[in-house]
Design a binder for this molecule. Structure first.
Ligand SMILES: [Zn+2]
Length: 710
């Protein structure tokens, strides 16, 4: 018996309405000027970003389903074949299952590789069997960070629904949300004052509001409202200083990620203060928290001021939580570009595709990723964390898949080009689709070529992002002829005309070499940029590069004709600067330059000084360090501790001070300064004394940063 399709459809519709009373998508009250393509019709056509997307897809397709499911099955009393993945996965720490599901869903949408979709569907089916009757869904009976792990699962299920059409994802989403509504602690301890438990509850609004917009179910909207990070968001909305709140610290990644909750709140409510939060937070982060790479948050902290950010260059190897941080930034950029229609926000995403996650090395099969980027002044290297399946192994596939959704945007009459990378978009127009492709790379300086394919002549605008780093006016030629165009008020260069099949555009985007100061008020430290690309050199070239006049880089560097985007010092041809992204695992490089450190680099240590995340430290009386510096004074910074000792400081052989780094509270700021010396070269010596404060538990002396004062 053949049942007419309409009857089947009506029955299914009735059934699904009965099971999940869905109103359908909710209309956002917050207006957005532009729309993302949501991966639909967009492909990356080779190039660096596509290569990385393919590599990451391979990394994640290679993980065994049974291994990913093992704990869920064990916890629910089901047969659990496969191996324990170990690391954070095995110990149920910031568990990444939901993000892997989300990442694979997005990778299917970005590449059309059905292996990703099939894996998502298998994982959700098997994971769904492990749900407890009350909706408990975690990997084990004792997860940490229940809020954030729930958030990851909400995001993953939404992605599986949206990008893979998984038929069960929304049903499961409803069940785990019921569990969360009934069980998640609503203590909402403000994270900057308490990191002991219930961490990262403040990331929940974003995905719950997203669930409301997708399903129209007010359960998600109301639960999303519970987790609004009002105190923190409102500081931005008022253009205040987030450090005006009595605070211990701000965990960097999650406090950028949390701003995306305000973006979702804006779409749901249309309240302008949420939009103020977004815009002001972006400006604050750019001005006060980011390195030249676009990375932020040394040792996972937001910092009080640019001086602390400067000091971080010698204080740690952990400058940027690369995968998670890039993911948070990509989402914020997408929200800002679409809501405001302003291209200036796109620069941050571009920077991170070159110097952030886009410069990160491959994950290994043990689940070890490049958690941190290392920008140390004395030289750094890209290494994977030794923590398998860390948080960053969850955000990596999501963020890399999202390259695809950051390239093009649209409104009713215009196509917007946000990223310059080989890619094609199929844009549905009234009569028939229009295809626009771009090819070329910024770094070779030859421009980006676009081709339009359309069945019938089609009037629309193509608007190109005008980057903030531009070295001269962008110029456009259409079909080989100069096209008069200038930037609009929202940092786009519009080209509006009726397009015919085969029309071509050549967009010239001038790049130059320039210094990017970490603190605009100080000449150093500075990184060398080529357009959006942070340049770095092999560590052996640090000394000659430090003699460069940063105000006139073009005359001192010449392009290496043999390798793209490589520049050599005219004065020292053996020293080359290459894009930071081109450095491989373990290859030692320098990035930031500060010639004031040149004499200090000849520092001599005697005794068992250890190099730690906070510089150098030692607790043996008599141990010393000695170095030259040039100037009229010197600043020594470090930290005070409850087990710190005393040291004698001599300048040019004369005792200048006896300092005491003891403080009952660990890690308070230590600073010692001498000024008014005769201008010139001096010798500094710091020697650990046998005497100590009687209250101190030890004799440790630490040196984080030595800055000559001139
Ligand atoms: Zn992370």
């Amino acid at each position: 018996v053949k049942v007419p399709k309409t009857v089947v459809f009506a029955f299914v519709l009735l059934l699904s309405t009965f099971l999940y009373p869905m109103a359908g998508p909710a209309a956002p009250k917050g207006k957005a000027a532009l729309e993302a393509f949501g991966f639909k019709g967009v492909t990356l056509d080779g190039g660096r970003l596509r290569d990385q997307l393919d590599a990451v897809k391979k990394e994640y397709l290679a993980i065994s389903d049974d291994d990913l499911l093992k704990g869920f099955r064990k916890r629910s009393g089901r047969p659990a074949p496969g191996a324990d993945l170990g690391g954070w996965y095995g110990s149920d720490t910031f568990h990444v299952f939901g993000q892997i599901v989300g990442g694979l869903s997005r990778m299917f949408a970005a590449t059309g590789d059905v292996a990703c979709r099939d894996k998502v569907n298998r994982l959700i089916e098997e994971w769904g069997k492990c749900l407890a009757p009350d909706g408990y869904f975690y990997y084990s009976a004792s997860p940490n960070a229940r809020h954030y792990t729930f958030d990851k699962m909400v995001g993953g299920l939404l992605d599986a629904h949206l990008y893979c059409g998984n038929p069960n994802a929304l049903g499961y989403l409803s069940r785990i949300t019921d569990w969360a509504v009934a069980n998640l602690s609503r203590e909402r301890k403000y994270a900057y004052n308490d990191m002991t438990g219930n961490t990262e509850w403040y990331t929940l609004s974003e995905n719950l509001y997203r669930a409301y917009l997708v399903t129209g179910d007010i359960k998600y909207r109301d639960f999303g409202a519970v987790w609004e990070y009002t105190d923190y968001w409102n500081v931005y909305a008022r253009k205040g200083d987030i450090f005006s709140i009595p605070t211990k610290w701000y965990h960097a990644y999650s406090h950028v990620n949390a701003i995306n909750g305000a973006a979702a709140a804006y779409l749901v409510s249309g309240e302008p203060h949420y939009l103020d939060t977004l815009v002001n937070a972006f400006d604050y982060l750019m001005a006060r928290q980011t390195y030249a790479t676009g990375g932020f948050g040394p040792k996972e902290n937001l910092l009080k001021d640019l001086r602390a950010l400067t000091e971080s260059l010698t204080a740690t190897t952990n400058h940027f939580e690369t995968q998670c941080g890039s993911w948070a930034a990509f989402k914020l950029v997408k929200a800002l570009v679409t809501i405001t229609g302003d291209a200036r926000y796109g620069d941050w995403a571009e920077a991170l595709t070159y110097n952030g996650i886009g410069a990160s090395i491959p994950m290994n099969p043990a689940g070890e990723v490049q958690y941190f980027s290392d920008y140390r002044l004395y030289g750094g290297a890209k290494i994977n964390t030794s923590l398998p399946w860390s948080c960053c192994s969850g955000t990596r596939p999501e963020a890399v898949a999202d390259y695809d959704d950051l390239v093009w945007f649209r409104d009713a009459t215009n196509l917007y080009v946000n990223l310059y990378t080989p890619a094609t978009v199929r844009w549905e127009r009234e009569k028939s689709p229009v295809f626009v492709s771009q090819s070329g790379t910024l770094e070779d300086g030859r421009g980006i070529a676009f081709t339009v394919r359309t069945k019938t002549p089609s009037p629309f605008g193509i608007k190109f992002r005008v980057p903030g780093w531009l070295a001269g006016p962008m110029t456009v030629s259409v079909n080989g002829k100069e096209f008069p165009a200038g930037p609009d008020g929202r940092h786009w260069l519009p080209v509006e005309r009726t397009w015919s099949d085969g029309d071509t555009v050549l967009l010239r985007i001038p790049l130059d070499l320039r210094a990017k100061r970490l603190d605009p008020g100080s000449a150093y430290p500075a990184a060398i940029m080529y357009g959006p690309v942070v340049m770095a050199g092999a560590i052996s070239g640090r000394a000659p590069a430090s003699r460069l006049d940063m105000n006139d880089l073009a005359s001192q560097l010449e392009r290496d004709p043999a390798s793209p985007a490589t520049f050599r010092l005219r004065a020292d041809k053996g020293t080359a600067l290459r894009p930071f992204y081109a450095f491989g695992p373990g290859e030692e490089y320098f990035m930031y330059i500060d010639p004031r450190m040149m004499d200090l680099e000849r520092t001599a240590y005697s005794g068992p000084w250890a190099a730690g995340g906070d510089g150098r430290y030692c607790d043996q009386p008599g141990a010393a360090m000695e170095c030259f510096f040039t100037g009229t004074g010197l600043l020594w910074t470090g930290s005070k501790f409850d087990d710190a000792g005393q040291a004698e400081v001599t300048i040019d052989g004369k005792t200048a001070a006896v300092v005491d780094q003891y403080d009952p509270v660990r890690e308070t700021r230590f600073e010692w300064k001498i000024e008014g010396l005769e201008h010139g070269r001096h010798v500094l010596r710091i020697r650990i004394l046998p005497d100590k404060n009687p209250a101190s538990k030890g004799r440790f002396i630490n040196i984080r940063w030595l800055v000559p004062i001139s």
